[in-house]
Design a protein around this ligand. Structure first.
Ligand code: SF4
Length: 94
């Protein structure tokens, strides 16, 4: 197991009742910094491993993208796209 130290880029809360919250990451460093994924607002363009359930709700339970420490910079690079979604929502009064 690769050791990661808590920092501004990485935070692992092993005391969380849900840890490790995603299958397939057992024994690997799991970044809890993006516990609620900021890319969720990008819908189908988030780039993660999502599925939509029968009620049309996006289900991210199979996705480990935001939790993998090596993806920190890739995730931050999408903030411009998130801001476009926010601007559009503001313009539409959502
Ligand atoms: S599928 Fe993955 S990347 Fe996309 S919003 Fe869900 S957790 Fe984030």
């Amino acid at each position: 197991m690769k050791e990661e130290k808590n920092s501004s880029r990485f935070f692992e809360n092993r005391d969380c009742q849900y840890f490790p919250c995603h299958a397939g990451m057992e024994g690997e460093p799991l970044n809890c910094l993006f516990c609620y994924c900021p890319l969720y607002a990008l819908g189908r363009a988030c780039g993660g491993d999502y599925a939509y359930n029968e009620r049309g709700i996006k289900d991210c339970s199979a996705c480990t993208f935001p939790h993998r420490p090596e993806n920190y910079d890739r995730l931050l690079a999408r903030y411009g796209d998130i801001m476009k979604v926010v601007r559009r929502a503001d313009e539409e009064g959502v």
